[in-house]
Design a protein around this ligand. Structure first.
Ligand code: PHB
Length: 371
C-alpha cells in the first residue's frame, strides 16, 4: 500500500522465500479482506483459483446444520484460498514493483523509537547493517524483535491457553463436501476444509501433549470419519497425506499496539485460535488502518491517525478474540467437565435455532474485520 502511494519502504523477512511460500496455513478470507487484496493488485489468482463459499456447516449431535452465510450477511461470501497462496501473490506483486524485499534478514535490534529517527539493525545474507527510518512496522510475530523492543512496563500482555491443539493434514483427496464443516463430537473437534477439487484440508482437535508419532495415517482417517459422520453422510474421502502438523491453540493480545515510532500489526500484536479463521484477516485489517495512518502522517505531518491507531485496532481485535473464543469453546468438548459439555451443546443448538441467532455468527464469520 505504501509502495502504491510512492512512500519509500523496505520489507525485512526473517525466513527464506521458499519457507514462507510453502508453509501450509489456514485458508478462509473474509469478504472485505478479499476486496482489500484485490484493491492492492494482488487478487488476480485469488479471484480465479479461490473457492467462493456461501455457507458453512455445523455438525453436532450426529446431525448437520447449514449456516447460510451469504443469505444472512447481505449477500457476502467468503473465499477459501490458502494463506501461503496470498503470500506468494504478495511476493510476486512486490517483485513486479521492484520494491525492496529482503529474505533471510534477521532483525537483531530496533531502537531510538521515541525519537523521530528510529533504527532497525539487520543481520542478512550479505552481513549486518542498520536502517534509519521514520517509522517501524512490527509485523514479526508475538515473540519477534518488535515485541522485545517495547519496555515491559509499557506493554500489557493478555493471554489464554486452551487445553487442546489442532492436528492438521493436507490430503490428496477430492473433498467430500462443498462447504466447510465444523464438527463437534464427543471424541473431540473436527474440521473439514478444502483447497481445490483434488485437495482436502482437515483438522482434528487433540490433547496438547500429543505428538504426530501418536497419529499414524490410519488413526487420523478413522478418527476424522467417526467425528464427522452423519447418518446421511457416513464417509469422507481419503487420500495420501502430503502435509501434517500440530498447532497449539491460544489467544494473545498486546496492548497498546504502538510504542513511539513502532507500530505493531498482525501476530506481533495478537494471536487467535484458528477456530474462527481470523488470523490473517485480522493482520490485513491492521495493515489497512496502519497504511492510512502512515500516509496521513508522512504526507502532511498529521499524526492524529497514528495516535488513534492502537485504540481503533484493539476494539476490532478484541471482537475477533471474542468470536474466536466463542467458536473454540463451543466446538471442543471437554474430556472432564460434563457440565461444560451441556453448555456447549446448548450454545450450538442456540446458534442454529433461528435466523436471528445464526445471523450474528454469519456476520462475524464473513466480515468481522470490515463491520
Ligand atoms: C483451513 O481451511 O485451513 C481452515 C478453515 C477454517 C478454519 C481454520 C482453517 O477455521
Amino acid at each position: 500500500m505504501l509502495q502504491l502511494e510512492g512512500i519509500d519502504n523496505i520489507v525485512l523477512e526473517h525466513r527464506s522465500r521458499e519457507h514462507i511460500e510453502n508453509r501450509v496455513r489456514a485458508g478462509v478470507i473474509e469478504y472485505g479482506i478479499a476486496n482489500l487484496i484485490a484493491d492492492v493488485g494482488a487478487g488476480a489468482r485469488m479471484r480465479k483459483e479461490g473457492l467462493v463459499h456461501h455457507g458453512i456447516e455445523l455438525r453436532f449431535d450426529h446431525q448437520s446444520h447449514r449456516i447460510p452465510l451469504s443469505d444472512l450477511a447481505d449477500g457476502r461470501p467468503i473465499t477459501v484460498y490458502g494463506q501461503q497462496e496470498v503470500v506468494k501473490d504478495l511476493v510476486m506483486l512486490r517483485l513486479d514493483q521492484e520494491a525492496p524485499l529482503l529474505f533471510e534478514s534477521e532483525v537483531t535490534a530496533i531502537g531510538d523509537l521515541t525519537t523521530d529517527r528510529p533504527f532497525v539493525d539487520v543481520s542478512g545474507v550479505d552481513g549486518a547493517f542498520r536502517i534509519r527510518c521514520d517509522i517501524v512496522a512490527g509485523c514479526d510475530g508475538t515473540f519477534g524483535a518488535a515485541n522485545r523492543a517495547i519496555p515491559k512496563d509499557l506493554m500489557r500482555r493478555f493471554e489464554r491457553t486452551f487445553p487442546f491443539s489442532w492436528l492438521g493434514i493436507l490430503a490428496e483427496a477430492p473433498p467430500a463436501t462443498e462447504e466447510l464443516i465444523y464438527g463437534r463430537h464427543e471424541n473431540g473437534f473436527a474440521l473439514y476444509s478444502l483447497r481445490s477439487p483434488t485437495l482436502s484440508r482437515l483438522y482434528l482437535g487433540v490433547r496438547p501433549d500429543e505428538t504426530l508419532a501418536q497419529w499414524p495415517d490410519d488413526r487420523i482417517w478413522e478418527e476424522l470419519t467417526v467425528r464427522l459422520a452423519t447418518e446421511e453422510k457416513p464417509e469422507i474421502n481419503q487420500g495420501r497425506i502430503i502435509d501434517r502438523g500440530i498447532t497449539a491453540m491460544r489467544s494473545i493480545v498486546i496492548e497498546p499496539m504502538r510504542y513511539g515510532r513502532l507500530l505493531l500489526a498482525g501476530d506481533a500484536a495478537h494471536i487467535v485460535p484458528p477456530t474462527g479463521a481470523k488470523g490473517m484477516n485480522l493482520a490485513l485489517a491492521d495493515v489497512r488502518v496502519l497504511s492510512q495512518a502512515l500516509l496521513t502522517f508522512l504526507r502532511g505531518g498529521d499524526d492524529s491517525l497514528l495516535e488513534a491507531y492502537s485504540a481503533s485496532c484493539l476494539e476490532r481485535v478484541w471482537r475477533a478474540e471474542e468470536f474466536s473464543n466463542y467458536m473454540t469453546q463451543m466446538l471442543h468438548p471437554s474430556y472432564e467437565d460434563e457440565f461444560e459439555n451441556g453448555i456447549q451443546l446448548a450454545r450450538l443448538r442456540q446458534a442454529v435455532s433461528s435466523r436471528e441467532s445464526s445471523t450474528v455468527l454469519a456476520r462475524n464469520y464473513v466480515d468481522l474485520n470490515s463491520l
